[in-house]
Write a protein that binds this ligand. Sequence first.
Ligand code: G6P
Length: 325
Amino acid sequence: MGHYAAVWDHKAAIKITKDWNGIDQVLLRNPHGASAKISLHGGQVVSWRNAQGEELLFTSNKATFKHPKSMRGGIQICYPQFGDCGLLDQHGFARNKIWVIDENPPPFNSKESLGKSFVDLLLKPSEEDLKQWPYSFELRLRVSLALDGDLTLISRVRNINGKPFRFLFAYHTYLAVSDISEVRVEGLETLDYLDNLSKRKLLTEQGDALTFESEMDRTYLRSPKVVAVLDHERKRTYVIRKEGLPDTVVWNPWEKKSKTMADFGDDEYKSMICVDGAAIERPITLKPGKEWTGKLVLTAGKSSFCFDQLEALNYRAKDSDSYLF
Ligand SMILES: O=P(O)(O)OC[C@H]1O[C@H](O)[C@H](O)[C@@H](O)[C@@H]1O
């Protein structure tokens, strides 16, 4: 425990292990027993546990851990495309690539790493990738675990290309829940959304919190910085905070679609919900030499959370770019 004391030595709090394919994965720990595991395959967070050792992210029992296919669950990085709106494979190539660890990460803003164990992963296009998507970039993902167990993901995309390029981005986040019928998502009331089940038709959410009784696949537009997922049965609330990511995708495949997915159990739709901080409706345009940042902070706590608290968090986050991080 000594190395957690006065000055946080982030290198001492991380450990590199291998997955089934011999690909490195990084284990982050905090002194209270919380942990997170990030795979170099896809830069995917494959596990996030609280101090009690409970897994907070969903992973399918039928997930395949076979490179280059991404694993069903955790937090996937969707870049530079989301879904099938583009010429690339579904959700872009970042989730299928092998990333590398940056052994000497830049300091950035001290709030990002102070008191946290963190790792920086990098993705740069290979010659082969450039044939598919001819824009040179560097994608840096910093994943950090705070003393209170919060998990933060910060992605920076830098244009090292001679001309501007456009991209979409999402943190495709599979949260573990006890029973989807007992889950409520708060913060998306009255927003416009694209219904991905009806050719991205533009619709408007009603006044009530979101509940689930059938397949859902929606992109909520210009959503607030803070959204909450309440799991009544487990008495747990996830708070999702985001910056630089205007949209929120909510997905549950429900029964019929689950049966069509080879790497997903028939009943597993009951124990997951995807709520993704994303930039989808308006592609990000990045000029040469410029950098874009998209941040996500996940908190998992006891269900004492109420709508007024969410309102207050959003009110405070509204005019401040640095409030959340
Ligand atoms: O099966 P995948 O390619 O991982 O995609 C899983 C899901 O991701 C997102 O939630 C999309 O909105 C859905 O349309 C898609 O079905």
